[in-house]
Design a protein around this ligand. Structure first.
Ligand code: PMV
Length: 306
């Protein structure tokens, strides 16, 4: 039977969320422990099946408008707008936790549709199509989610510039913990936009950019201690910008008290996930402590010591 398959994965922003919207750099990593897979097969109507919906593409709920738009835009691009087919999406990326779920779902669908119709997919075209959905879901996306959920390397990214892969081999572990609370990226981005003209807010955004530049250097120098300190400083500024939450602050603190070199929220904030940079031998104890303090899910990612 004819079949189209598209896969993508989650992403973690190490440094620079929110500041990246204002032209500052950010560093993001692909997160292969969470992934999305879309399988397309022939069908009698245009139907979508996923965890939240099973029905016609035309009647998808408003909350799924971003996904619906990207499917129609891709079908239009392929000249197959009304071809009957069945899209089956499965994902292990928790939604609205700052892990790039919406971009990853959009990316897997675009890849699967191009695969189904045997058409080559240019990478820039993939990013542009994902941004059709991201613009609806996020407002004014920087493009970092589209890039990292489809790419395979850590990147240093400045909006409207070509991303630069970072060749990093840090002998440390990144622990990721989910607060279990939905993040509110659009709301947090909107809050900063409304306050951006205030001198202190602008200064905080610039400082976040400086920390990200220093973090890149720390990664290249394989200096986990300095990177951890920069993560702590970044979290402090994100708190000042009102994009953290009590749940995030508790987990950030628990990680530090249990030996993390640094910890901060990751992604849009106001819920969602936090990250902690740990010495390899400390990672399991820090994960346990985070679970004891109500993290609903914890993961660990080796940062590739040599
Ligand atoms: O999708 P999230 O929650 O990881 O947020 C994306 C990162 C932001 O910098 C907050 C927004 C953006 O478009 O870059």
């Amino acid at each position: 039977m004819k079949e189209g398959i598209g896969k993508t994965h989650g992403k973690i922003i190490l440094m620079g969320e929110h500041a990246v919207v204002y032209g500052q750099p950010c560093i993001a990593l692909p997160f292969f422990d969470t992934m999305v897979k879309t399988v397309i097969t022939p069908y009698k109507t245009q139907r979508l099946t996923c965890e939240f919906y099973d029905g016609l593409l035309e009647t998808m709920p408003e909350l799924m408008e971003g996904l619906q738009r990207v499917i129609f835009a891709t079908l239009d691009t392929l000249g197959e707008r009304h071809t009957p087919l069945h899209l089956d999406i499965t994902s292990t990326i928790p939604i609205e936790r700052g892990m790039g779920s919406s971009a990853a779902v959009a990316g897997s669908v675009v890849r699967a549709l191009f695969d189904y119709f045997d058409q080559p997919l240019d990478y820039n075209q993939l990013l542009a199509l994902i941004n059709v959905s991201e613009t609806i879901t996020h407002g004014s996306p920087s493009g970092i989610d589209a890039l990292t959920t489809t790419g395979t390397e850590p990147v240093y990214f400045i909006k409207h510039h070509a991303p630069k892969p970072i060749d990093s081999h840090l002998d440390a572990t990144l622990v990721v913990a989910d607060t279990g609370v939905l993040g509110k990226t659009k709301e947090a981005v909107g809050y900063i936009r409304r306050h951006y003209e205030e001198k202190d807010v602008k200064k905080a955004i610039e400082a976040l950019g400086d920390y990200t530049k220093q973090a890149k250097q720390a990664l290249l120098n394989q200096d986990a201690q300095t990177l951890g300190t920069l993560m702590n400083q970044a979290h402090h500024l994100l708190q000042f910008l009102h994009v953290s939450s009590n749940e995030l602050d508790v987990l950030v603190q628990v990680a530090r008290e249990n030996g993390a070199l640094g910890s901060k929220l990751t992604g849009g904030g106001r819920g969602g996930c936090m990250i902690a940079l740990c010495r390899n031998q400390d990672a399991d104890a820090i994960m346990n402590a985070l679970k004891e303090h109500d993290a609903t899910h914890v993961w660990k990612m080796a940062l590739e010591g040599e």
